[in-house]
Design a protein around this ligand. Structure first.
Ligand code: FUB
Length: 318
């Protein structure tokens, strides 16, 4: 068993025949898929093998990249960025375990041939990195956080509307947003707190936004998927007629499951099908019955109804 879980081993390619979790050689979370040309670039956060037991005890230092052209075989490109990319993040981070847990959920987007990676450094804010290639090397062009720490600054998601306006959203427990300039590394306006997706009140409520937003536009509808309810977290989503909301809750894409305290959606269309990525804790629980923050990225096909709503999916097929 120890051999199977020798997760420091870097495999050039992983073949898993459509089985979840799709990445089985490292613990990965917070999937951020990017379709570029004919390839899916899957950026993830990285739970270290030696994350200590206990919920919320993250040990996260870098961001990884995988690629696929068939959604079954995933090639491991290793680390594409790390906390070391951000000079401003070199001081000790307070809360949630210190500096080593800081490399949380990223997203990468392409614009005019450049790749922009939005990275939360937990406790310090959201930074942005730029590269000429999807594999990097990524560099920090501004030398300071794009979004300061005071705005619930984790879990960035970014999309560019048809008119060229880019939007950055993020946050736990609130959803925040700001317009980006065309350079993608500066804000085009004020930082605003969304008031239509509200944090739960402690009552059982399947509707509430928790964290992990994933913004996109499809067939004229604006979508905000997110980790919904806590905990465990499922994947819920809201729709809007505008990128600025108001957001109307539409349901679960996937209901919470007691085997997974967290979740974090990433949604794409690829080669005529639609997919939701997220994660579970299956590999961790195969190794030990103790809860560690050692998560594993999963994917499921989704289908859209004629009105743009999304059909609910069962828990990850394993
Ligand atoms: O991976 C660290 C945090 O856990 C993310 O920022 C959240 O979305 C949750 O997945």
């Amino acid at each position: 068993l120890q051999h199977i879980f020798s997760l420091s081993l870097v495999l050039a390619a992983l073949v898993c025949k459509g089985q979840n979790p799709i990445i089985q050689t490292k613990f990965t979370a917070d999937p951020a898929p990017l379709v570029y040309h004919d390839t899916v670039f899957l950026y993830t956060s990285h739970d270290e093998d030696d994350a200590p037991p206990g919920q919320g005890k993250f040990l996260m230092r870098n961001w990884l990249c995988y690629t696929s052209t068939d959604m079954v075989n995933w090639t491991d490109h290793g680390e594409v960025a790390s906390l070391k990319n951000f000079k401003w993040a070199d001081k000790a981070i307070t809360g949630w375990g210190g500096f080593d847990n800081g490399a949380w959920a990223p997203q990468v987007i392409e614009r005019n041939g450049k790749f922009y990676m939005y990275c939360p450094v937990q406790g310090r804010g959201i930074g942005v990195l730029v590269a000429d290639h999807p594999y990097g090397p990524f560099k920090d062009p501004i030398g300071s956080p794009l979004i300061g720490a005071k705005y619930d600054s984790i879990d960035p998601t970014v999309f560019i509307d048809d008119d060229g306006q880019a939007y950055l959203y993020w946050g736990n427990p609130n959803l925040w947003y700001a317009k980006l300039n065309k350079d993608m590394i500066s804000l085009a306006g004020e930082i605003t707190k969304d008031s239509s997706i509200a944090k739960h009140t402690g009552q059982p409520d399947p509707f509430h936004y928790q964290e992990g937003p994933w913004a996109y536009k499809r067939n004229g509808h604006y979508y905000m998927a997110y980790a919904s309810t806590c905990c465990p977290e499922g994947i819920g989503y809201a729709m809007s007629k505008s990128p600025l909301g108001p957001w109307e809750y539409k349901g679960y894409i996937m209901k919470p499951n007691k085997l997974s305290t967290g979740n974090h959606p990433g949604i794409i269309d690829y080669k005529g099908k639609s997919y939701v990525f997220g994660f579970n804790y299956r590999l961790n629980f195969m190794q030990t019955d103790k809860h560690h923050e050692r998560r594993s990225v999963c994917v499921a096909e989704i289908t859209y109804n004629a009105d743009g709503t999304i059909a609910e999916q069962p828990w990850w097929q394993e």
